[in-house]
Design a protein around this ligand. Structure first.
Ligand SMILES: [Zn+2]
Ligand SMILES: [Zn+2]
Ligand SMILES: [Zn+2]
Length: 139
């Protein structure tokens, strides 16, 4: 009698159960392989999500969402592709001052209330409250 054993490992999406064959890989290599294919691998919880079902969590307010990263970004998420749990939800913007490089993170309405002049085209080119004040004074 002859035997032939084929060992094959699959990474499975915890959301839709789509599976990706990574052949005869170790678990660690499987994660790398899956990441190369656009999968999200959550090492801490041992979960995997296919490219259509990334799970992101807002670093600031713990709101979570799931979907394709491109779609989430179109919805206003700022996704950290290496650490999806450090993403920022559409309510939380990372603003940076184009004058003094000060930065802040928070809901737009709070930042505007605090005096930030928000540049909607490029949040990194906004003006912080102090620089807004300075501008007014030099006028
Ligand atoms: Zn999926
Ligand atoms: Zn948030
Ligand atoms: Zn400034």
């Amino acid at each position: 009698m002859s035997y032939r054993e084929i060992h094959e490992l699959f990474v499975v999406c915890d959301e839709c159960h789509t599976s990706l064959s990574v052949y005869d890989a170790t678990y660690e290599a499987a994660d790398n392989e899956a990441a190369d294919h656009g999968w999200q691998c959550d090492e801490l919880q041992g979960r995997h999500y296919c490219p259509l079902h990334w799970h992101v969590e807002c670093h600031d307010c713990d709101i979570t969402d799931s979907g394709a990263p491109d779609e989430l970004e179109a919805d206003g998420w700022h996704i950290d592709r290496d650490y999806p749990c450090d993403s920022l939800c559409p309510n939380h913007r990372h603003l940076a001052c184009r004058e003094c490089r000060k930065w802040d993170v928070g809901p737009l309405h709070r930042l505007e209330y605090e005096g930030w002049q928000v540049n909607a085209d490029d949040f990194k080119k906004s003006l912080c409250p102090e620089c807004v004040k300075n501008k007014k004074e030099t006028k």
